[in-house]
Design a protein around this ligand. Sequence first.
Ligand code: F6R
Length: 255
Amino acid sequence: MEVVICSDEQQVGQVAANRVLRWVEGLTTPVLGLATGSSPLALYNELARRVEEGEIDFSCGIGFALDEYVGIDPENPLSYRQTILRTVVEPLRMDPTRVRVPNGSASDLAAAALEYDRAIAAAGGVDVQVLGIGSNGHIGFNEPTSSFASRTRVKTLTEQTRADNARFFGEGERVPTHCVTQGLGTIMEARHVVMVVTGRHKARAVTAMIEGPVAAVCPASILQFHPSVLVVVDEAAATGLNHADYFRHVVDILI
Ligand code: F6R
């Protein structure tokens, strides 16, 4: 696992974008795995800037979102479908017909989830998976104790996750209790993973993921087994790392 500690969110976005561009270089139809939430916005903004400047073109790219709420209409602005369209597809000038989000409104959620994994495989698998991390160590919505072998499926959200995500919902609007999320096994099949994390409230989860034992209580720790992971954090998210000096030293040599 490669870890880069950045001074601020803007640098986080730049470092992560540099790596994404390196990983998709030469691919005619790059397949991106897309996270929603606050963390990857710096990366998406930086990628959008580079699209604007003509450095990269994602119009032939394919996208698969990580997750969607159950019971929220895909047309609802709070749905992850709409969030992905607003924060990724439009700014990166991707073709919306080539970007999929799990269907949280399907009458047969299990069948739709199975079909989602098949669609990822049919696209040749994910080239670069973008991830954030929950304050409880989740990736996607694979909450603590999720199976490391899990595939896309329905999960119950923890109260912690619902509280963390309440900020996206208005007063009187209930945060859904369930979601459809790519499984840990699904995520681990991506060829490359870039995780973006900012803020002190994520420090404990970041430390558990990078320096803790590989354990289902911190689902993100499974990434220790992935051969190509870059974790880009700001100083606040790095405050719990015992090996922070080592990670800075590694970067110094690379520069
Ligand atoms: C979102 C997702 C989640 C978030 C995580 C962090 O699609 O899969 O794992 O990445 O909850 O969310 P933020 O970045 O909003 O703190």
